[in-house]
Every structure is written in structure tokens, then in C-alpha cells.
Design a protein around this ligand. Structure first.
Ligand code: ZN
Length: 84
């Protein structure tokens, strides 16, 4: 069953999308939507992390509408870099 949610993606051009959500009680990913696997190079050194999406959800996003770019009103002294 799909658990749809509305999500805004994109930092430069904000887009409103409809996406699926990972199962919160999924025994495989515990609601994270996937599992991260650390992998090593041929010397056994850490070489990175691979993200494996969980089959409990589908990674798609339907674009509902592009949002207009509002001028950001940031009080002086606050960073406007994400995360806010
Ligand atoms: Zn899952």
C-alpha cells in the first residue's frame, strides 16, 4: 500500500511533489527507506557507503507544481544556508 505524502524538493527551484513513504514499521529498514552498506577497497580500507533502497516503498515522485521563488526574508544575523 502506498503512503503518499506531499514533499517539497530542490533547493534552487522548489517543486511540490507527491511521493511514496517507507513503511515506518518495516522490519528491514525501520522506516529509513533503505539500508546503508559500508564497503571497502581491495586493501580492506573503508571506501564508501552504498545505499540500498528498501522494497517496502517505491522511489518515485510525481511533480505536482513548481513553486515560485519567493525572495527569502532572513533576519540579519541568521544563516540562510540549509538546514535552517
Ligand atoms: Zn523498508
Amino acid at each position: 500500500m502506498l503512503r503518499l505524502r506531499i514533499k517539497v524538493i530542490g533547493w534552487t527551484h522548489r517543486v511540490l511533489t507527491l511521493t511514496d513513504t517507507p513503511r515506518p514499521d518495516c522490519p528491514d529498514c525501520q522506516g529509513d527507506g533503505g539500508t546503508a552498506h559500508d564497503y571497502g577497497d581491495h586493501n580492506g580500507e573503508y571506501a564508501g557507503t552504498e545505499w540500498e533502497p528498501c522494497p517496502c516503498w517505491t522511489q518515485w515522485a510525481v511533480i505536482l507544481l513548481p513553486l515560485p521563488r519567493w525572495p527569502r526574508r532572513t533576519p540579519p544575523g541568521y544563516s540562510d544556508e540549509p538546514p535552517f
